[in-house]
Each structure stands twice: as structure tokens, then as C-alpha cells.
Write a protein that binds this ligand. Sequence first.
Ligand code: FAD
Length: 448
Amino acid sequence: MSSGPNPISSRRVAVIGAGAAGLATARELRRESHSVVVFEREKQIGGLWVYTPRVEPDPLSLDPTRTIVHSSLYDSLRTNLPRECMGFSDFPFVPRPDDESRDPRRYPRHREVLAYLEDFASEFNLVEMVRFETEVVRVEPEDQKWRVKSRNSDGISGDEIFDAVVVCNGHYTEPRIARIPDSWPGKQIHSHNYRVPDPFKDEVVVVIGNFASGVDISRDIAAVAKEVHIASKTTASDTYEKLPRLDNLWLHSVIESTYEDGSVVFQNGKVVHADTIVHCTGYKYSFPFLDTNGYVNIDDNCVGPLYKHVFPPALAPGLSFIGLPWIVLQFFMFEIQSKWVASVLSGRVTLPTQDKMMEDVVAFYAKLEAMGIPKRYTHRLGESQVEYFNWIAEQCGCLPVEHWRIQEYYLGLRLCTQSDTFRDQWDDDHLIAEAYEDFAKLKQNRGS
Ligand code: FAD
């Protein structure tokens, strides 16, 4: 841990977004004695976990002038990770038998995650820091500080100066689309705008993407559709398999071509006449409010330059980003990154010089390039997350990630694409036991 020479100082900090990342950040900033304003454009906390049946008017979300609907949840969604590993480290995500409205399952439905975030916000009095229905429309540096312009639901504009801005706006709202020629006549929709299967009744549907959402959505649709065909880029080119327990669901390799008569040809040579293509092809980073005079850019979905995915070297510590890495334990990461940001802002922990941070970024990019990893995977941590978390933990003097938490995560990640029963059958009771031992210790320490 590198301790700063400065006395602890309190800063005025703007946090953009009151999803899980913004809430964790607000808590850590206040713990470190900063004064915090959280800007949230919706009416409530929870971000992605606030389900809405509303969708965007443009089903592929291509129109830049469209009205944005933030959440990408579908109605049937249950978590793809067990609840023990999803929660914040000192506020376990455990069932609430005292409340009948709650979902006690290990992989609960989406409403339970929102309820958990509401409990978290209430336990730590976070809502009082949030300005609801207030959208940040511009953030720019000014004389070593940050100008934040906002607009509330009454159309009233705000223009304020902050010492620092922490960006927690989420990155599951701006869809990434697979390229399908305009000549293909069928309907197309991105999973961001998928809610329920009813519109696909009796249709032949092609789902592009075989990761968590693709797997869930194809099963959801298969319950009402005539046929569902998944196009996967992670399987061999001759893949053609009927998936278990459903008579109308097939796994293929990627789409090779599409035709004006509505046919879709897969790399395995199979041809289907489809009514709809559903793109479960992920999302892009987007910060439409941020103006750093071109210093922070998004190039092929790599946001940079960023030191350890958090601080842009020339603008640190005044500007920081929470939650960019993916294929990671999200809530744990929000917690640990925001502890780091809060302690750097107070001067308790120091960052290396701008040059040293930039050297680190350049070396990291060179390493990815040497390994043949495309730019768009810069923030995909996967296997390297433990090293990343533990490095940050050391910087700010907090505990490394628990053994059971990371083991549950890896198991969950593997199962969510390989099994359709993982949410109700499991064989990692030893990890659950380890988790609950830790939760009991936490409770004991709180009580003492
Ligand atoms: P969000 O929850 O998206 O919050 C961002 C907030 O910022 C929103 O409230 C938004 O309104 C606000 N905002 C944005 N722009 C502005 C602005 N300009 N001004 C003011 N406010 C603004 N993770 C898991 O751990 N387990 C799961 O099972 C899981 N399932 C998932 C399923 C789906 C379909 C998706 C897409 C993701 C899933 N995730 C899951 C990942 C999930 O995104 C994270 O768990 C986490 O909730 C993201 O939190 P966040 O705060 O970064 O973003």
C-alpha cells in the first residue's frame, strides 16, 4: 500500500449513476469523508436491475436520436451467478425469510437483486445523496476542477463545479449489432429490447450469440416459437446440435450469409427460413456527456488511456471510471475500485506520476497485442481478475477477494452456458458453507 504524504482532505465529488456501481461508490466516498452528489436520470436507484416492460421504438437501437430505455432485463431473468458471490463483501446477499415478498432462491429473479440494492442503500443512508431524474448532459475539465452540467425532469438545467467526477453510468445500454445485409427482409431486434417471448409465437427465430443472454433468451423464445436456431462463434464450424430438453432448439456455428427470400445459411451448411433475428451480441461503452478535449477515447470498445481501467493518467485523480472491466465479479469490483478512488481523492493513497501511469498503460496495451488479444477485449478481465482485485486491495489496504467467492464465480460462468439446470441444481455446497462461515464472522464482528 502506498500512503500519501498529504493530510486527509475532503473533496466535493459528483457520481454519475445510482446503479450498483454508483451506490457502492457513494458509500466509499462518504466513508472517506468526501461530500457526494449522485446524479441519476431515472426515478429510482438500481440501474439495470429496475425492470421495465418498455422498450426503445427502434428494436436495434440504431437511431442516435431515440429515447433511451436504460434497462436490458427480460421478464424471466434470474441471476446467472449464485447470490453469495454477487453481493458486496460486507453486506451479504442472503435470503430474507422475514419478508414473504422476497425470492429466497440461490439464483433469484431480477426483482430480488433490486430489493437487495434497496436494502443496501437503506442500510447506509445512500438515497439522501442522490438527485433523481437528473441527467448529466456534459462533464468537462476546468481549471483543475470539473464542470458538470445537468438537466432535471422539469427541464431545469444545473451547472456546477466539482473537485472530481466518478463515472458509473453502466455499459449495458448501447447495443453492439452483428452485420446483416439490408436485403434480408425479416425482423431484427437486439436483446436490449427483448422482454417477453410472446411476439415470437409460431415463428422461426435465429438468435445470434451463445453467452448468458443468448442462452436464456433462446430458451425463453423456444417455449412459444416454432423453431429457434442459435448461431455461435465459439463452436466448431460444423456444429449442428439439438439442445437438450427442447424439441425445437438447435445450436449452429456462425451465420455465413442471408438472402432476400428470408433464408439464413449457417457455416455448417444448414439453411433456415427465419422470421426474426435476435442479436444477443453484447454492448458498447458510451459516455455521451464526457468532453475531455479528445484525451479519453473509445477505440474499438477500448476506453483509454486508463490506468488499471480506472484513472486517465493526465486527468487523474479528478476523473475516474468504475465498472468498466467485464467477465468479472461485478459488485465486488465496484466496491474495491471505488475504495481505491475514494482513498486516492482523500490523499490517503497516492497514484504514481502521470508518466509512470502512462508507461503502465502502454505496457499493458503492448502485452495484449503481443498475445493477439483484439482491442475490443481490453477490458475483458476473466482469468486475470483475481490478480487485478488483489492489486487494488493492496493499494488501499483492504482484504483480497475470498476463495469461495471467486470459485463460485468461475463455476457459475462455466455452467451458465453449458447447463440449463444450473440455477436449481448444484454440487458446490462446500463453497456455500465457506461463504456462510464468512457471513457469520461478519455478523459477529458487527455485534462485538
Ligand atoms: P447500471 O446498473 O446500468 O447503472 C447505471 C446508472 O447510471 C443507471 O441508473 C442510469 O440511469 C444512470 N445513468 C446513465 N447515464 C446517466 C446520465 N447521463 N446521467 C445520470 N444518470 C445516468 N451481474 C451480476 O453480478 N449477476 C447477474 O446475474 C447479472 N446479470 C445480468 C444480466 C443482463 C441482461 C445484463 C445486461 C447484465 C447483467 N449483470 C449481472 C451485470 C450488471 O450490469 C451489473 O451487475 C451491474 O448491475 C451494473 O451496474 P452499474 O451501476 O455499472 O450500471
